[in-house]
Design a protein around this ligand. Structure first.
Ligand SMILES: [Zn+2]
Length: 371
């Protein structure tokens, strides 16, 4: 095991590496990209401990990279005594606008001629591009380039976040979903949300897009193994679901997934009976707050609701009449409440609850992400 500290504009990004660099499969796991999603951090720290034991026993046959907390910039964002994750202080969502370098790599590959249009050359060129990107731009852009460089060329990427208050759920693409079925069984994830529509360049999706572009070129030249990066965003419950017990069971499930993926030898245990609700991103009902005020949730996480059900009540403190100051918040679809706003003051337009629709098809605005 090698522990590394990478400097990102003066802050330390800590990386744990296992296995021989370049061995396959390469599996990359990072936590807390939005800085306050520390259920991911404690699970991944525990996983590092489990991997150290596996390493000592000679059981690591692939390459495994683990970043328990991948956002050293956001980790220090305290404002007036409160931690502020999700956005950098210059207003950027940490998980948007990651650099997509597919076309740049293809351009450089074409200059090399057909004989050198290989995956190995694509990996080398991409690493050079990310190297240069880590030295320019705003701190967030440098951090994003550093993360892309570390994960570059992975076979499997697990980007672990947390929602506000939430039950376990997982976002992935139709293409990547088979790779993550064992993880879903191991963690007993009840909701899986599929999306194949391009969004705002989040970390996971950019890897998929980049290699799709590169493989199009490689497919026309020599025949050799290509990188098909399988990506997912795992929402490890809510921001406050942080405990030693959960970290222990989550890390064991992640280790089992690594065994299943072939990065570690051994036998894994999964619950073959687990069957998640499979839905699509555009079918999720995001019920937004009509006003700024006090929210009282009426449905617990995991509750099954019907269209027309009251899922919350909102009190608007600007209205003088106590009766008229309350509003009902109504579900638009039948489904499962999988995430809720975590504070009891809410701003107009924010998501009060998110409902995974029992139908896979819906009308949620395409190209937008929920997290
Ligand atoms: Zn997040």
């Amino acid at each position: 095991m090698v522990a590394e500290r990478i400097d990102v504009t003066g802050e330390a990004l800590v990386v744990h590496r296992f296995g021989i660099p370049g061995s396959r499969p390469k599996v990359y796991l990072q936590g807390a990209l939005h800085a306050d999603e520390v259920s991911a951090t404690v699970a991944l720290v525990e996983l590092v401990g489990l991997l150290q034991v596996a390493d000592a026993a000679g059981e690591i046959c692939g390459e495994v990279i683990v970043l328990p907390h991948c956002n050293p910039l956001g980790a220090k964002q305290f404002i007036l005594g409160r931690h502020a994750g999700r956005f950098s202080l210059d207003g950027r969502n940490f998980n948007r606008a990651f650099p997509q370098i597919g076309e740049r790599v293809v351009e450089q590959l074409k200059l090399l001629g057909p004989d050198r249009q290989t995956t190995a050359e694509a990996l080398r060129i991409g690493t050079q591009i990310f190297d240069s990107l880590t030295r320019v731009g705003a701190p967030v852009e440098r951090l994003q380039a550093a993360l892309m460089r570390l994960a570059w060329g992975s076979d499997v990427i697990v980007d672990i976040h947390a929602d506000m208050e939430a039950i376990l759920h997982l976002y992935t693409s139709e293409k990547s979903w088979p790779v993550f079925q064992p993880l879903t069984r191991g963690l007993d994830i009840p909701i899986v949300i599929l999306s194949d529509k391009p969004a705002d360049s989040p970390f996971d999706e950019v890897h998929d897009e980049t290699w799709t572009i590169i493989n199009l070129l490689l497919g026309e030249s020599v025949d050799h193994p290509k990188i098909q990066t399988a990506v997912c965003t795992l929402e490890l419950r809510g921001l406050s679901d942080v405990s030693a017990e959960l970290a222990s069971s989550d890390s064991q499930a992640l280790l089992d997934f690594l065994i299943h993926s072939g990065a570690i030898t051994g036998t894994s245990e999964t619950n073959d009976d687990a069957a998640p609700l499979l839905t699509t991103l555009d079918a999720v009902d995001v019920v937004r707050s009509p006003t700024t005020g006090v929210v009282i949730h009426l449905k617990p996480l995991g509750a099954k609701v019907s269209a027309g059900d009251n899922v919350a009540r909102l009190y608007d403190p600007s209205k003088p009449d106590p009766e008229a100051s309350w509003q009902d918040v109504i579900a638009h679809k039948d489904g499962i409440v999988f995430a809720r706003w975590h504070q009891r003051m809410i701003q107009a337009g924010m998501a009060v609850v998110k409902i995974a629709s029992l139908s896979r098809w819906g009308s949620y605005e395409p190209g937008r992400l929920l997290d």
